[in-house]
Design a protein around this ligand. Structure first.
Ligand code: ASP
Ligand code: MG
Length: 422
């Protein structure tokens, strides 16, 4: 920023910057927006510079998508128009929130993604943030205003509005945290933190006081509620992220670098559950170079992500290959695989009612015995393991969806996750 007016930014920039993000259910009506505005004012009065990122109210993004589909019928809505349409959902909230804050006596300004300097690539519907030109935001903070930024949107190089993909406001919030060198980014939501596993399945599930970025990434991509892109961003630029409840005054869970974990370290931090798993098996396919490439290339071209892959040791030149996809991609993946394998495999079969159960924990790295304990506790609970895969900090078993509850309880007990750890 260049300016000739005296001493820009000194007072504002000396204050710590806090980013807060409120999800759609937190800002679903006028009353909720006013209640949150009050809390925001109280926090700003403690002498911090505040940037508040908001999602669209309630289910309004879904309603806008329905409208787009209703006017286009069988034709898909144009991606450019759809993005501009969806961006309006967040604009409704940001302007209302700025009004509510001003009405309670604190200066505030709403900013669209564009006005907040968020530049993206041109991928409509799932744009990536390329750059944040934060001078406008800094100027507003220096003037003592609370900035309310519309989440989930930015501006591409060709000046068209883009959106960052469903749940993208988390990413907006963390990206602004990076650009403004914020002390931390606070995500306010309808759950009050990250739990050791799904409390609806395991009543003794415990809220974690803290979790490392790496663990959270595994938990997030495996079903805990949080946009994985925002956690990746936090990890790369080391912005601590607090996940906490909007309306209850509870501590929440801090996602951070994991260096000074305050919690007594345990090897396994949580049990992640992913219910969106389908499996395809190619039976008795020829075992020669190039075959697996031929099977997976058409899936890649169709934009289908393949997850767990297992190839069996071959017997008499034939082998079985099994892989998982999401349930939404299952039928398409099955058809594509059947087409490719028509002449080179005996059979292609699949089923879709599966789940992935994973134990996750940085403390497991290089430690022996975790896999054995996992398999043993699943077998004692009478849960059949269909596939197994691991990363450095995760062991995953694919099981039948009907066994999820038994498996979750067995693993939660086996790794003593309900014992007070903080
Ligand atoms: N409103 C958008 C959605 O519903 C973005 C967000 O909530 O983060 O996906
Ligand atoms: Mg939403």
């Amino acid at each position: 920023m260049t300016t000739n007016t005296g001493n820009p930014g000194v007072s504002g920039e000396a204050r710590p910057v806090i980013i807060q993000k409120y999800g759609g259910s937190s800002v679903a009506d006028a009353e909720k927006i006013s209640t949150i505005a009050r809390k925001i004012c109280d926090r700003a009065d403690t002498g911090v510079s505040m940037v508040v990122v908001v999602s669209a109210m309630g289910d309004s993004t879904d309603h806008l998508i329905e409208l787009a589909n209703a006017v286009t019928g069988d034709t898909a809505p144009a991606a450019r128009e759809l993005d501009t349409l969806l961006s309006t959902g967040e604009l409704v909230t940001s302007t209302l929130m700025a009004m509510a804050i001003s009405a309670q006596g604190h200066p505030a300004v709403s900013l669209s993604g564009q006005q907040a300097g968020i530049r993206t690539d041109t991928t409509h519907g799932s744009a990536r943030i390329a750059d944040i030109r934060a001078d406008r935001l800094r100027r507003e903070l220096d003037r003592g205003r609370i900035c309310v930024v519309a989440g989930f949107q930015g501006l591409a190089e060709n000046e068209d509005v883009t959106t960052l993909g469903r749940g993208g406001s988390d990413t907006t919030a963390v990206a602004l945290g990076v650009a403004l060198n914020a002390d931390r980014c606070e995500i306010y939501t309808d759950v009050d933190g990250i739990y050791t596993t799904d409390p609806r399945l395991v009543p003794s599930a415990r809220k974690l006081a803290e979790i490392s970025y790496d663990e959270m990434l595994e938990m997030a991509s495996l079903g805990a509620k949080m946009n994985p892109r925002s956690i990746e961003l936090g990890a790369v630029y080391d912005v601590p992220i607090l996940v906490t409840s909007t309306f209850e005054d509870v501590p929440g869970t801090l996602i951070h670098g994991g260096e000074q974990m305050m919690e007594v370290r345990r090897a396994v931090t949580g049990v992640a559950i992913d219910r969106d798993v389908a499996k395809i098996t190619v039976r008795a396919v020829e075992d020669r170079p190039g075959i697996v490439g031929q099977i997976f290339m058409p899936l890649a071209e169709a934009g289908i992500s393949v997850d767990v892959i297992v190839q069996n040791a071959s017997l008499e030149g034939l082998t079985d290959v099994t892989f998982t996809v999401s349930q939404g991609d299952f039928q398409r993946a099955l058809e594509l695989t059947r087409q490719v394998c028509a002449d080179m495999a005996q059979d292609v079969v699949g089923n879709s009612g599966l789940a992935k159960m994973s134990i996750v924990g940085t403390g497991m790295q290089n430690g022996p015995g975790y896999a054995a304990t996992m398999f043993d506790s699943l077998s004692k609970a009478n849960v059949n393991i269909e596939m197994i895969t691991t990363s450095e900090i995760r062991i995953t078993c694919v099981i039948d969806a009907s066994s999820i509850k038994d498996a979750a309880n067995a693993l939660h007990n086996a790794f003593e996750l309900d014992a007070a750890g903080d």
